[in-house]
Design a protein. Structure first.
Length: 280
């Protein structure tokens, strides 16, 4: 009996040990699977994040390209302006984090005269406009890039207008030439009106009437200017009769004409006068 108890105790201990080992194994496998799954999700999240960054960079690049193309188009149009009172098209810029930006129309010069007037600002409005344009187009940075030190410096109005002219694509020579031509035309004055010769009048004082050339028509009133040559009647001669040009005749008519022309002429018979008297 003591041996049965010992056997049962041994079996129970083995079962408990197996249960502990199984739990530990399952837990370890679950933990390993969880760790691997988390690692995979982290890698996927990293890939998605990189993809988002790439897409954002692509969008930025596309936006910059669109703004660049727009700048080229507007500069080309502004470069063709000659009238100093013609409207100037604003040049857009691409701002990081904000995308394409247009200047405030309140502080943007509408005409070339307004831009070149900023070389010598006359009032507070001109100073505000020049300051806004210098900030919007980063004129100080443009001047710093052109300088040897590379540091931002305060740009004088004359230099600022020169940089703005380059940014907007304007050509001051076109405006100067336009003004020169306008002044030259104004000095010459309007051209004298040309006098036209009046047609001569007849003895009665009436002006002769001019007649248009008209199409001459036949006297019978028909409107056909030409008539066909009348067809000749066939008198039995071997000559080929025709009513129209053979090249325009039908093939059947040509064959009939050839047959008649090829047929030998029958000699004519003359009845004596005596026979005619006898028969009568």
């Amino acid at each position: 009996m003591s041996s049965d108890v010992a056997t049962r105790a041994f079996v129970k201990a083995e079962i408990e040990a197996l249960r502990v080992d199984t739990r530990a194994f399952v837990k370890a496998e679950i933990d390993a699977f969880r760790t691997e799954t988390n690692a995979r999700f982290e890698r996927i999240e990293a890939d998605v994040h990189e993809l988002k960054i790439d897409v954002g960079e692509i969008k930025i690049t596309m936006g910059e390209m669109q703004v660049t193309m727009r700048q080229i188009e507007v500069r080309a149009r502004n470069g063709k302006l000659k009238n100093p009172t013609a409207r100037i098209r604003p040049i857009p810029i691409f701002a990081q984090g904000r995308g394409p930006q247009e200047p405030d129309p309140t502080y943007f010069p509408k005409y070339a005269n307004q831009l070149y007037r900023l070389r010598k600002p006359q009032n507070e409005r001109d100073h505000q406009m020049l300051a806004y344009l210098s900030t919007f187009y980063d004129i100080q940075q443009e001047a710093a890039d052109a300088s040897e030190s590379g540091e931002k410096v305060q740009v004088d109005p004359d230099r600022a207008v020169e940089l703005l002219e380059e940014i907007l694509g304007l050509d001051e020579d076109n405006f100067i030439e336009f003004r020169t031509r306008a002044q030259r035309f104004a000095d010459q004055g309007p051209p004298a009106a040309e006098k036209r010769d009046r047609p001569a009048t007849g003895s009665s004082g009436e002006q002769p009437q001019l007649h248009r050339r008209r199409l001459q028509t036949p006297s019978d009133g028909s409107t056909v200017p030409f008539t066909k040559t009348p067809s000749r009647a066939y008198d039995g001669s071997p000559t080929v009769p025709f009513t129209e040009t053979p090249s325009r005749a039908a093939p059947e008519q040509l064959s009939n004409i050839r047959t008649v022309a090829a047929r030998p002429r029958r000699p004519s018979t003359t009845i004596p006068d005596s026979e005619e008297t006898a028969s009568s």
